[in-house]
Design a protein around this ligand. Structure first.
Ligand code: NAD
Length: 453
């Protein structure tokens, strides 16, 4: 089939695609294809996820996804099921976007990928193309994905079917935009599969496609991106801690550093969460064990970023003490439960651990997050009062954990009236103007901002 025929077949719905895993990335991937007229058969092992997708409901906030999904449902171009066996024989193109994570000992967990590969392998048709999008460790595409597909199908990859690895490069909150705008990196078992995948990604508007020499190169590239971020975050937080101890303001120092082009210091944060940055470095660390790479900096960055929460808690205790209060029986409002700004996602957010550790010290904690109702927060086991007012009433300290946009416009006068006299505000999201907070007779603290004198 020529690239033109493939593109036309995709856009007319004659060549349907199945997407395995309808989470944030899977559903967004499906939407990119739906948006150009494709027909998608979505598969998810979670019945609730299937029901929601089939009724056009999206359980996360991601610009554009709900609108595209609803249009496709109205036009009969999207179906969701929990039965992969029904859809695999119907779709010559199969995309895998299931989760990959680590276990309690930080060892990679690819069980979902392995499971779908066996399911695909049992029903795959000759001539099909399997595209793996999930993030995996070095060697996994060949040793686990291709091996499982071949064992279950009896076919040979690169001959009777093709395999492409093309990891997702996108940030939560802007996934559709990122998936189109960032270059797509591909490796494949054979030239035909590489060309076919390139045609598919071009058809959804990806401008730049980078072909690489091997699966291992792409796997490593994806992991390096997240390791880079983890290391810069660790450095950022270390330097911010130095400024805190030295009575300096890290934000001011950073602004000057970043005024030359080789310095890209970030802003410090209360934690490093999410399903990628705290997880993917462990995929690389495991690969390093097989080739005697020590990866000391990678390991250290992970350790330091895991310890950030302790630093935030120490700052809470210290700030309360400086204000003449004790953590025991202190009332603390926590603004921000999501793992990062402007997304609705508690996965890999240390919010539960934060509440547990503050409570153990005797504090009474309430959590507020504009992306969740208080009912949703309570259902996830977090102590939540009603809205901003209910959360701030009578508190000794407000801890802002992430930079949700809503926090930037917090009415400080009202907040000050609701909180106890001379209450403390710890602004880990860097969202408030210190002068304006202090004008309301509140004590302002921020990560990386030392107290002089
Ligand atoms: N979230 C991000 O910011 C991001 C960014 C880049 C890459 N990724 C990678 O994308 C992949 C998917 O991430 P996500 O954020 O969409 O995860 P997610 O947890 O939001 O969604 C995964 C979905 O797969 C389903 N699933 C699990 N096992 C399954 C199985 N055996 N068969 C069918 N469905 C199954 C789950 O029910 C869930 O709905 C991961 O490898 C992740 O590392 C994520």
């Amino acid at each position: 089939m020529s690239p033109k025929e493939l593109e036309e077949g995709l856009k007319s719905g004659e060549i349907p695609i199945s997407v395995m895993g309808l989470g944030r990335m899977g559903l967004a991937t499906a939407c990119l294809f739906l948006d150009v007229g494709a027909k998608i058969l979505g598969v998810d092992s979670n019945r609730r996820v299937v029901e929601m997708a089939a009724s056009g409901k999206v359980r996360f906030t991601e610009v554009g996804v709900e609108r595209i999904l609803k249009t496709a449902l109205d036009e009969g171009r999207f179906k969701a099921t929990d039965k992969p066996t029904d859809v695999i024989p119907e779709t010559p193109i199969i995309m895998i976007v299931v989760p990959t994570s680590v276990d309690s000992r930080n060892r990679p967990d690819y069980s979902a990928v392995e499971k779908v590969c066996r399911q695909i392998g049992r029903r795959i048709q000759e001539g099909s193309l399997v595209i793996l999008d999930s993030t995996v460790g070095v060697g996994t595409t060949e040793d686990l994905v291709i091996a499982s597909l071949e064992a279950a199908s009896g076919y040979r990859a690169g001959k009777e079917f093709g395999v492409v690895y093309s990891p997702i490069r996108a940030s939560e909150g802007s996934v559709l935009k990122d998936l189109k705008n960032y270059p797509r990196i591909l490796a494949a078992t054979d030239t035909r599969s590489l060309q076919a995948a390139s045609t598919l990604f071009r058809a959804i508007g990806v401008d730049r496609i980078i072909h690489t020499s091997s699966f291992k190169t792409v796997e490593t590239e994806k992991l390096f991106e997240n390791v880079y971020r983890d290391v810069v975050l660790a450095l950022t937080n270390e330097l911010a801690a130095f400024c805190e101890n030295a009575g300096l303001d890290y934000s001011e120092v950073r602004e000057m550093c970043n005024s030359q082009p080789f310095c890209h210091l970030l802003l410090p944060g209360a934690w490093v969460g999410g399903g990628c940055i705290p997880v993917n470095p462990h995929f690389l660390i495991e690969a390093g064990e097989y080739n005697n790479s020590k990866l000391r900096l990678v390991k250290l960055a992970r350790k330091l970023n895991d310890q950030l929460l302790s630093h935030t808690i120490r700052l809470v205790v210290k700030s309360l003490r400086a204000a003449g209060r004790s953590i025991r029986r202190a009332r603390i409002a926590v603004f921000g439960a999501s793992y990062k700004a402007n997304v609705k996602n508690l996965a890999y957010s240390p919010i539960h651990l934060l509440v547990e550790r503050l409570s153990k010290k005797g504090a009474e904690v309430r959590v507020y997050d504009p992306f969740f109702t208080s009912e949703e927060l309570r259902r996830s086991g977090l102590p939540a009062a009603r809205g901003v007012k209910g959360t701030l009433e009578g508190v000794d300290l407000l801890l802002i954990t992430v930079a949700h946009d809503e926090f930037k416009t917090l009415n400080l006068r009202n907040a000050s009236r609701l909180m106890r006299k001379s209450a403390v505000v710890i602004d880990c999201g860097n969202v408030l103007n210190p002068r304006k907070v202090e004008e309301e007779k509140l004590v302002y603290r921020r990560l990386g901002r030392g107290v002089q004198g």
